[in-house]
Write a protein that binds this ligand. Structure first.
Ligand code: GLP
Length: 243
């Protein structure tokens, strides 16, 4: 088992700037990189920084491609809380990543064949160079909830009540998030050549502690990353795991 490279900053803004620089350096080293992208509140300032770097002419995504980790099942295509809408608002609309090169799991068709197609599309791009990950308060990565097998592939996942509650504020008032999503599996995630996990705030400290300072357990899906040789964890002081 390996310990990730921990990079700890005083503020969420400092974390965002450092993660954006990390992504930009990967793209500069290999303009045709395939990125695995994440959503969530943690990534809003990170995409803002990346967009700024792009607008300053410091990074171009013109030859890159991306695959998002996950997407809700059952939302209409234009729903404001879909991850597709999030990505458009915070990133895709502001950078030169070609439209056809930015993929999310397709949840408006037969779900099983959509999962298989997603795995094939990632393989056709020769895999993911850099996978970005947030972490749920229960240790979930993508929508791989506690108990998910570490060798799982892209699949339809059932969300826990705690995840639904944590994501309710992303939805219009009175609307409950869907109970299902298509997510890359933990096995899919572990095949990325490099992984960056980001955690902000005190409510992520316990999940980080269990992911990286305790033995691996399927009860903390992020602990699967201990098996990966190239993981960098970016966090602020509040999320820093103290054992
Ligand atoms: C969501 C997403 C995850 C994300 C996590 C944390 O459920 N599926 O990919 O990392 O929750 O989100 P936030 O950054 O909003 O805390």
């Amino acid at each position: 088992m390996t310990k990730p490279d921990f990079r700890i900053f005083d503020t969420a803004d400092a974390v965002a700037a450092a993660v954006a620089k990390h992504v930009a350096s990967v793209i500069k080293a290999k303009p045709q990189s395939t990125l695995g992208l994440a959503t969530g509140k943690t990534f809003v300032p990170i995409y803002r920084e990346l967009v700024q770097l792009h607008q300053q002419g410091l990074v171009s995504f013109a030859d890159a491609a991306s695959f998002n980790l996950d997407e809700y099942v059952g939302l209409p295509a234009n729903h404001p809380a879909s991850f597709r809408a999030y990505m458009h608002e915070h990133f895709f609309a502001h950078v030169d990543l070609p439209r056809g090169a930015a993929q999310l799991p397709q949840t408006d068709r037969d779900l099983q064949s959509a999962c298989v197609a997603y795995e094939h599309a990632i393989a056709d791009r020769c895999g993911i160079d850099l996978q970005l990950l947030g972490i749920g308060q229960n240790g979930h990565i993508g929508f791989n909830e506690p108990g998910s097998p570490f060798d799982s592939r892209t699949h339809v996942a059932t969300l826990t009540e705690s995840t639904i509650a944590a994501n309710t504020s992303d939805f219009p008032p009175g609307e409950r998030p869907p109970g299902r999503a298509i997510t890359m599996g933990i096995g899919t995630i572990l095949e990325a050549r490099e992984i960056v996990l980001v955690a902000i705030g005190p409510n992520k400290a316990q999940a980080l502690l269990e992911a990286f300072e305790r033995p691996q357990s399927s009860q903390n899906p992020a602990s699967a990353l201990q098996s990966h040789l190239r993981v960098t964890v970016y966090c602020d002081q509040a999320a820093r795991p103290s054992s």
